[in-house]
Design a binder for this molecule. Structure first.
Ligand code: DX5
Ligand code: ZN
Length: 217
């Protein structure tokens, strides 16, 4: 059965001076999930926001809060992010010494468990944790910034992950440089959740609904 394509706008591209309003706007414009790009300035060169901001905007939308933790030591942060209202927590495989334990902990704390792979990372590390996973996030840019170009090398990785998971109920999410022009190829390769920042927020609030619809088309 083909999964419905979900659109998860990344608030990294939102107007941070009115973040709550922006989240409400993309919610009403048709966003399925709200993608929260958490960056610690260590695992990636940029620093964005943390649990206090997420807690502050939690009430602006009932949509699924999809936290992408681009941080060096996620194990010590799980309670804070889940406590702030994150429904899904995705950690980077490159940042986890004990990935099986980290994923189990996310689920035990009541959130969906995801793992993300940077463009250079092969999929072998997923083989023995598939039963711990609700989501696999393929980075199609080198993480840290919005507005980068899609790395086409990741299309083959998406297809390989699709084959690896078989009929397991695991979402395949792609993040970075996704636009209406390449969304079809990304979905065709096997993804069912598209993260987009600049492609959704370009043009301002009056364009959000059309931008999201263009990705879904
Ligand atoms: C990059 C972030 C992505 C990025 C997507 O580190 O994880 O979510 O914000 O932004 P666009 O869609 O503009 O590439
Ligand atoms: Zn992201």
């Amino acid at each position: 059965m083909t999964k419905q394509t979900l659109i998860a706008p990344s608030i990294l591209s939102a107007d941070f001076s009115k973040l709550g309003e922006e989240i409400t706007s993309i919610d009403k414009a048709g966003a399925d999930w709200i993608h929260l790009d958490v960056m610690d300035g260590h695992f990636v060169p940029n620093l964005t926001f943390g649990p206090p901001i997420i807690k502050a905007v939690r009430g602006t939308s009932d949509k699924f809060f999809d936290a992408h933790l681009m941080v060096s030591n996620p194990d010590v942060l799980l309670d804070d992010y889940i406590g702030a209202g994150c429904d899904g927590v995705t950690v980077h495989i490159e940042a986890c010494t004990h990935l099986d334990r980290t994923l189990s902990a996310i689920r035990e704390k009541g959130a969906r468990a995801g793992v993300s792979l940077n463009p250079h990372t092969s999929i072998e590390g997923l083989s023995y944790v598939l039963d711990r996973l609700d989501l696999i996030l393929v980075m199609s840019v080198n993480p840290g910034f919005g507005g980068q170009s899609f790395l086409r090398s990741q299309l083959a990785k998406i297809a390989a992950i699709k084959e690896l998971i078989g009929d397991r109920p695991i979402d395949i999410q792609v993040d970075g440089g996704v636009t209406a022009d390449n969304a079809g190829e990304v979905i065709g390769a096997g993804a069912n959740v598209l993260v987009a920042g600049s492609a959704v927020f370009k043009g301002g609030p009056d364009h959000y609904e059309a931008n999201i619809a263009a990705l879904r088309a």
